[in-house]
Design a protein around this ligand. Structure first.
Ligand SMILES: Nc1ncnc2c1ncn2[C@@H]1O[C@H](COP(=O)(O)OP(=O)(O)O)[C@@H](O)[C@H]1O
Ligand SMILES: [Mg+2]
Length: 272
């Protein structure tokens, strides 16, 4: 007899093989399940657009996706629900269902509070998952938009980043994976970048950013500058293991309005 989890897995595999249309650019789901994804380019070069394709695909494969978004770029995507995050006093009022994909709009809080908010959500999920007698029958992907705030350079040793570090280093054992997106790789944790199995690198002109990225592609600084500075919007170099490929990502057009999720306040619960 198949275990419950195996049954669900089997169903998801059947769904993946027969129904889920593949992405229009290279992306290895099995490898993503083991490692993570890193996506970077200078601003306005199609990072969020590409990530919307990946997120949509993950959800169609049965994944739950939770986005931490300081940029308001996820107001429209195919993620079904949306919550606006305000000052700390209201964080406990937020709903964090383990089985619903959600965008947490953190644009209204200071960047320095973002790691703490991400930790709160990850901690809530981890508490639940680690106490279950079996692993969750689905995977969860955290998307860190503008991740130079949630995992800056050298940060993952720090106390307030321990939940993020746990996802990055141990998450795969608990079916928790991550997509990290940034316009500023020079300011982003190397610990995290080096653990991602699939990297998509778009247009850059800045020497520090190029210097940090070039070693993942075994490029010299000049070669890296020439390759990256000539990329157009939506074009990326895709790196996976020892493979490097130049790819194009089409415009994502399936966006729709999300539903706002909010737990009713104490007074609303009392008086309707
Ligand atoms: N592949 C693409 N083809 C055409 N337009 C694109 C493409 N990717 C993004 N855009 C457009 O470029 C703008 C910036 O894209 P976005 O994904 O938000 O960039 P980033 O996240 O890198 O700042 C958006 O208006 C988007 O519609
Ligand atoms: Mg963006």
């Amino acid at each position: 007899m198949l275990k419950y989890e195996d049954k669900i897995k089997k169903q998801l595999n059947i769904q993946r093989d027969s129904i889920v249309k593949p992405l229009p650019f290279p992306f290895d789901l099995n490898y993503f399940t083991e490692t993570g994804l890193f996506l970077t380019s200078c601003p306005q070069h199609g990072k969020t657009n590409m990530a919307k394709w990946v997120v949509d695909y993950l959800m169609r494969c049965g994944w739950i996706v939770k986005v931490f978004d300081p940029s308001k770029a996820w107001l429209n995507s195919t993620i079904p629900t949306y919550q606006s995050v305000d000052n700390k006093a209201t964080w406990q009022r937020l709903i964090n269902p383990i089985s619903i994909s959600t965008v947490f709009d953190v644009a209204r809080i200071y960047p320095q509070w973002i790691p703490e908010f991400c930790s709160l959500i990850i901690q809530q999920d981890f508490e639940l998952i680690s106490h279950l007698p079996y692993l969750l029958p689905w995977n969860i992907a955290y998307l860190f938009e503008e991740c130079q705030f949630s995992m800056p350079s050298g940060s993952l040793r720090g106390t307030k980043y321990q939940e993020v570090l746990r996802v990055v280093s141990l998450g795969a054992n608990f079916k928790l994976r991550y997509l990290a997106i940034t316009q500023r790789p020079a300011d982003t944790s190397t610990k995290m970048i080096s653990r991602t199995g699939q990297k998509y690198v778009g247009c850059f002109f800045e020497d520090n950013d190029i210097g940090k990225l070039r070693k993942y592609f075994n490029w010299k600084q000049k070669e890296a500058w020439e390759n990256l500075s000539s990329l157009e919007k939506g074009e990326f170099y895709y790196g996976m293991r020892d493979k490097i490929e130049k790819i194009e990502t089409p415009l994502f057009t399936k966006e729709r309005e999300p539903q706002y999720l909010e737990k009713p306040s104490f007074w609303k619960q009392l008086f309707g």
